[in-house]
Design a protein around this ligand. Structure first.
Ligand code: MN
Length: 313
């Protein structure tokens, strides 16, 4: 569902000065963005924080109720390179279609992972009558050496889940507590959803080489004693041994982590690259209808045109 605005290059958010919370937590304000007819909260990238590990883009869509005849989210075919799109569904149903021929409805508790690599196109649409939409969609930057891998699409309905101290944990990417998610990623990463129907406090082991961030999805949560709102990203630097989260009844939070990227990304529109030339060329090929991206069958509408480049070619 990601359809970043044209102003994505190198930190174009109007984010306010970060707020320092307790326990070394930095709170960064997100901003509103419009994607496929819906307004959502964009938490990454920000001027003060480009990425958390390889997580380089983070949107929180909804929760929003959709009337019986509401179109919901409708994102026409558009291209990606150099990244993986990571869609975690909390409520509602979205149909994914891509230029490799995949057609997959994603439902609550399921994860879609699309590896764009050298190039793919996809479309995403709310399923008619699905009633609501609540989802997190993120991008994972592919390391430079793997940025042109073969594109692929994976759907994960089964993920490692456990319950601890009143908190229901679902491992979406990486490893935690001796469990490993089936998700195919290209750098050391973590994505862990925590949900607590009755409230709970959990202490998680942290990887000292990872930086971490927390996105609030529902309810009230404290990260290291710092309360988080839905419009903020809580960032935790590296070199910690554990992370403590307090969830009130009904709360849900997504914990992200990863080894600092150590690479300067160039993000523009739906592309993640390193140099202007590769972005310029991807845009040219999309506009020319090149087989690099292919066609998304069955959408029955227009495809998204690329906006003008912000540099001279
Ligand atoms: Mn997309």
């Amino acid at each position: 569902m990601t359809q970043p605005d044209a102003a994505t290059p190198a930190g174009s958010t109007g984010a306010a000065r970060p707020q320092q919370g307790a326990g070394g937590v930095e709170l960064l304000a997100g901003r509103s963005a419009e994607v496929g007819g819906l307004t959502l909260q964009r938490l990454l990238p920000q001027r003060g924080r480009r990425s958390i590990g390889a997580w380089c883009f983070a949107d929180h869509a909804g929760p929003v109720a959709l009337g019986a005849d509401a179109a919901g989210m409708q994102v026409p075919p558009h291209p990606h390179i150099g990244l993986q799109t990571f869609t975690w569904m909390i409520c509602g149903e979205v149909l994914h279609r891509d230029s490799l021929g995949h057609r997959q409805v994603i439902r609550p508790g399921e994860l879609n992972l699309m590896t764009a690599g050298r190039g793919i196109a996809h479309a995403e649409q709310s399923v008619a009558g699905s009633g609501a939409l609540h989802a997190a969609q993120l991008w994972i930057a592919l390391p430079a050496a793997q940025r042109a891998v073969e594109p692929r699409f994976d759907h994960h309905a089964e993920l490692p889940r456990w319950r601890e101290a009143g908190v229901e944990c679902t491992l979406l990417a990486g490893e935690c507590g001796g469990l490993r998610a089936p998700t195919r990623v290209y750098s050391p990463l973590l994505a862990l959803e925590l949900r607590s129907p009755g409230g709970g406090r959990i202490r998680l082991p942290a990887d000292r080489g990872f930086e971490y961030g927390a996105m609030l999805l529902e309810g009230r949560v404290e990260v290291q004693g710092t309360p988080l709102t839905g419009r903020q990203l809580a960032c935790l630097g590296a070199a910690r041994d554990r992370i403590e989260l307090q969830l009130e009844a009904g709360a849900r939070v997504l914990l992200l982590g990863g080894e600092p990227l150590g690479e300067q990304l160039l993000m523009w529109w739906n592309f993640v690259g390193r140099e202007r030339e590769e972005i310029t060329e991807a845009r040219r090929q999309w506009e020319a209808g090149s087989p690099r991206f292919g066609e998304v069958p069955g959408f029955g509408g227009h495809r998204l045109p690329a906006p003008p480049l912000p540099w001279r070619v």
